[in-house]
Every structure is written in C-alpha cells, then in structure tokens.
Design a protein around this ligand. Sequence first.
Ligand code: 5GP
Length: 116
Amino acid sequence: MAETERSIFSRIIAGEIPADVVYDSERIIAFRDIAPQAPLHLLVVPKTEQYRDVTELAAGDPDLLAELVATAKKLAAEHSDGDFRLIFNTGPGAGQTVFHVHAHVLSGQLEEGRLG
Ligand code: 5GP
C-alpha cells in the first residue's frame, strides 16, 4: 500500500506517531483518543488496516471483532467502573473520519459533541 494511503492508526501502530497506548497485543492495539469526549475515551483498533469499518470486519473476520469487543470490556473494567459505551462510527455521514476500523470506548459523562 502506498505511503499516502496508510491510515493515521497504521502510523501509530508502526510507532511513527506517538500515542498513549494502554493495550498492545498480537492483533489489537488500544490508545487514548487525542480529543477525548468522556473521562475515559479509548480507541480499540485491529492492527490490520484491511477493514474500513465494523461491517467489513464483521463479514471478514468475526473472531477479530469478538476479540475487539472482549478487549473493550477488559479495558473498561481496568480504567473505569466497568460500564461503557462502544461506538463504531460507520461512514462519513455518521462521523467516521478514520477509515481503519476502530471502536470508541467511552466511560463516564460524555462531553457535548459529535459522539454525544
Ligand atoms: P472517527 O471520527 O473515525 O469515528 O474516530 C477517529 C478518532 O480518532 C477521533 O475521535 C479522533 O479524535 C481520533 N484521532 C485522530 N487522530 C488521532 C491521533 O493522531 N491520535 C489519537 N490518539 N487519536 C486520534
């Protein structure tokens, strides 16, 4: 894939851009959102950039989607009271800006904004 086509998340995964990483496994990474919309706002991201959104991930690798959801639960338990919102913006009209599938994990009071 050409350099210009790589997602910002692929550059974080490659260590080319710094991020506050809270979880790193063979297939998934999680880091704090740069513009948090809640006291806890993590992005849980499959390392492959093969899937643009959650519908593609569900169709292409349901086991990886299940692993992503389980990781969200584990991280919410570790970093908050354990209750959380799991948001997959899907398509530009729904607010998706990075076309490398990722889950927003939000816990605590949401800020007024596009995710709220
Ligand atoms: P989307 O709008 O695609 O659902 O979510 C993309 C998210 O990525 C946004 O909440 C945005 O704040 C976050 N984001 C964009 N660029 C960066 C970055 O360089 N580092 C981090 N940590 N988050 C980013």
